[in-house]
Design a protein around this ligand. Structure first.
Ligand code: ATP
Length: 233
């Protein structure tokens, strides 16, 4: 689904990614793990066209998209959920979701109903302003908003940040269901490596902008040395 080859990117004199190569398979959850400053967010932003690669390539379903601007990505099937739960707090849940669907033209009621069936807590509160949502509900809303564009590849940046473990489990189970039932592909950036590896199929560990491990989630989770050195658990 997604193939990244020798990707380098940075900020002036700071090199954030140094020759990163990885793949995210179709219908799988691929976790990108690593400590603060490892380059995870820069990787997602470079994939989705928000940050410019210095060199290397990004391919989506066989098509090179390295220089495609971010606003063209939804039409190619990619949705990016950045860190920080950005929703328009003055608008209702329903209005926020409708905005998410605009990338694909007119929003149909069945599309909204599909999202509400995935996230029952949102269904109960369709008409309330997003400002009133809890952190977990707001995370559901941003994921729902991204799903309204009917992506084939979902990029998620730290969805667990600041959420109670119970809510993290709920959100990850939901992702697992989407992947299993609809064949969605997910690239999941997480500092919370333990939880991410419990839901992911595959994992890639970054350190100082370089890939230091790339293996099945089960193999990474069982590697004591790797866990202690890079994953913090
Ligand atoms: P975090 O979990 O803290 O967001 P991360 O793994 O996502 O960490 P990045 O945010 O991609 O890492 O940062 C990678 C490197 O690039 C770090 O050294 C960081 O200081 C640097 N960096 C990130 N954003 C900028 C920026 N806007 N200007 C300059 N340097 C930056």
């Amino acid at each position: 689904m997604l193939k990244i080859t020798d990707l380098t990117a940075g900020y002036g004199p700071v090199t954030a990614l140094r020759g990163v190569s990885l793949t995210a398979e179709e219908g799988r959850i691929t976790a990108v793990l690593g400590a603060n400053g490892a380059g995870k967010t820069t990787l997602l932003r470079t994939i989705s066209g928000l940050h410019r690669a210095e060199s290397g390539t990004v391919e989506l379903a066989g098509q090179t998209i390295t220089r495609v601007p971010a606003d063209k990505m939804p039409a190619l099937g990619m949705s990016h959920v950045p860190e920080g739960r950005g929703v328009i707090t003055e608008l209702t849940i329903d209005e926020n979701l409708r905005l998410g669907g605009l990338a694909r033209g007119r929003v149909k009621a069945e599309e909204l109903n599909r999202i509400y069936s995935l996230f029952p807590p949102l269904d109960e509160r369709r008409g309330v302003p997003a400002a009133t949502l809890s952190g977990g509900e707001r995370q559901m809303l941003v994921i729902g908003l991204a799903l309204m564009a009917r992506p084939t590849l979902l990029l998620l940046d730290e969805p667990s940040l600041g959420l109670a473990p119970r809510i993290v489990t709920q959100i990850f189970e939901l992702l697992r269901g989407l992947v299993n039932d609809e064949g969605l592909s997910v690239l999941l950036v997480e500092q919370n490596a333990r939880s991410a590896l419990s839901v992911a199929d595959h994992g890639v560990v970054l350190n100082l902008g370089q890939v230091v491990a790339d293996d099945s989630a089960a193999t990474l989770a069982a590697d004591d040395q790797l866990r202690h050195a890079y994953l913090g658990f």
